[in-house]
Design a protein around this ligand. Structure first.
Ligand code: NDP
Length: 253
């Protein structure tokens, strides 16, 4: 599959380029789910089914590329697959079950877009990592890029999951929205999104591929506008919302 190298690089650049208009559109039009749900976006589905359907391709497509590529020979390939599944096996098959029974329905258009994104992205990541004629040898596992990237990945993952758990507890105790407290919520409105962005930045550094950096950019392009919209929403509706709390990055944004 030596020819796929050129293709993956070009495809990653095109993918990266698409993140720019998506970012600009989302700054003006928040994705219509959760607290930003509104009429006019078509039919909506059960949120548990919606999240599972949207995220399952990422969890399932990656192992296919792993099996089709050089996975069995390379320890590094196994490490990349494990990192990926640490996130996506949870997101696709566990996270939907943690949603509270009264969680809002999710528009089908969001599910369709998420599904498509995950098929394309997991294929790009899989091709970049596993469809190489000379896979990274085991020395990559002690390369500073892999070590720093993996540390960022798990740091982001812990922040993301802990913050999501705080939000979940709020919802269990109360029907509506309340001011989240504790942890990084002291400083920002959306530490769950900050954790997710750090996680995929870590992935980009650990894998050191253009595809990995394109995915990290997409995550930031998607979640930064959503964090700004959440922050605005809190400030407009909650008179006692802490004034010194920022949207996404402590003291900065
Ligand atoms: P939100 O923070 O909008 O909501 C998470 C859950 O917590 C929802 O059930 C929400 O209810 C509830 N909730 C949020 N704030 C409050 C509050 N103040 N009081 C009570 N309940 C609250 O996250 P998303 O749904 O956008 O994302 C969920 C996960 O998916 C996150 O971990 C995120 O990082 C990840 N994600 C990743 C993306 C990527 O590009 N990689 C894209 C989108 C999400 P309700 O739904 O009713 O608002």
């Amino acid at each position: 599959m030596s020819g796929s190298w050129g293709f993956v690089d070009v495809a990653s650049l095109v993918f990266l380029a698409f993140a720019v208009p998506v970012f600009l559109v989302l700054l003006r039009v928040p994705a219509p789910y959760g607290r930003h749900a509104r009429s006019g976006w078509g039919p909506a589905v059960n949120p548990r089914a919606g999240w599972a359907l949207m995220e399952a391709p990422a969890a399932l497509v990656m192992p296919c590329w792993f099996l089709a590529g050089s996975g069995w020979e390379a320890t590094t390939a196994m490490a990349f697959l494990l990192l990926w599944e640490f996130h996506y096996a949870y997101r696709a098959f566990v996270y939907p079950l943690t949603l509270p029974p009264g969680a809002r329905r999710i528009p089908l258009i969001i599910v369709a877009f998420g599904f498509l994104f995950n098929v394309v992205n997991a294929s790009l990541q899989g091709l970049a990592l596993f469809a190489k004629t000379s896979p990274r040898d085991a020395s990559w596992l002690v390369d500073p890029r892999f070590l720093v990237g993996t540390a960022l990945f798990f740091g982001g993952l812990v922040l993301n999951r802990r913050s999501d758990a705080t939000l979940r507890r709020l919802r269990v105790e109360n029907d509506g929205y309340r001011i989240p407290e504790g942890g990084l919520f002291r400083y920002v409105s959306c530490p769950n999104y900050l954790g997710e962005i750090i996680e995929w930045l870590g992935w980009a550094v650990a894998t050191w591929t253009l595809a990995g950096f394109a995915f990290a950019a997409w995550t930031a392009a998607n979640l930064t506008p959503r964090a700004l919209a959440h922050h605005r929403w809190y400030r407009e509706r909650m008179a006692d919302y802490p004034r010194d709390r920022r949207a996404l990055i402590p003291w900065i944004l």
